[in-house]
Ligand binder design. Sequence first.
Ligand code: PAP
Length: 331
Amino acid sequence: MATHQPPPPPASENSQEDELTQEDSDVISSLPTAEGWLSHYQGFWIPTEGMHGVLATQKHLQAHETDILLATAPKVGTTWFKAILFALVNRVCYPNPQQHPLLTDNPHVLFPSLETRMYYDKNKVPDLTFLTSPRLFATHLSYLLLPVSVKDSTCKIVYLCRNPKDTFVSLWHFQNKVGNLMGTRVPNSIEESFDNFCRGVSVYGPFWDHVLSYWKESLEKHEKVFFLKYEEMKEQPTIHLKRLAEFLGCSFSLEEEEKGRVNDILNLCSFNNLSNLEINKKGKSSMFGIENVSYFRRGQVGDWKNYLTAQMGEKCDRITEEKFHSVGLEF
Ligand code: PAP
């Protein structure tokens, strides 16, 4: 298991434009755009300002066989799973749940996202040297956009998804809250935003294509891609945490189980615990200046009913049925 070292302070995020290569600039400026902040790249809507990181990741990331990649569409529980994977993989280093890095750092700080440009040095090469083996990173990219070296290596991918209605509602709230900070345009109404989501115009979406890309891969390569739903984890956390540990080759020993280590991790990473920590109530992310509290809203299954009409719910269900039925995926 890892001997984790916390990441260094992020590099300055200034003058991104100056640092872009001409080739990258040409690619980015040629892409169709939507909503003033999304660029259509290889079939998916990527935040234009994140395109630099995406191109650098695709060109330069060299996966290690021991890497663990958390892949998610936005707002499906990334923060929760960053915490869970970090605590799970590093549990030997941090046996005492009262003295754990997750108590003083937001999960996004401990578990970098590949597309985040702060991890790229001035030559646009990912500088992930601060991570020790196994390296943990996250990505919002579809499987189709992952670097070849990730696909070709034996590294492991954990894919978390969530029912599209709750995902949309979570995304809508998040974008309303932080959209201004990130310079993104927020649609005026939930209806307009919902229509865009259903048409596939959503950040890192189309949402359904994103899910399908990993679902198909998990069916063919179940030793490489672990596919899990947010709702399943909420329902049976112990079972799924143990399955996850087994998949990652760090199963809980009988002794660990008897000592309650499975529950320790689940409690440490629970919505109640994380959202009530000082760092997550008052802290701010070094990325984009987003307040950590924005990553913890309600954390419940079925919250969509409080925001979408029955008609909107049915529309979303129809799309889900059309897209997923033939591949045996249900929400
Ligand atoms: P990101 O893609 O911007 O990183 P992400 O963490 O995927 O966001 O999604 C946030 C959602 O996960 C929020 O859902 P909600 O809007 O429906 O409430 C957030 O509340 C939920 N969440 C965060 N932490 C946890 C947790 N520990 N357990 C369960 N859900 C959580």
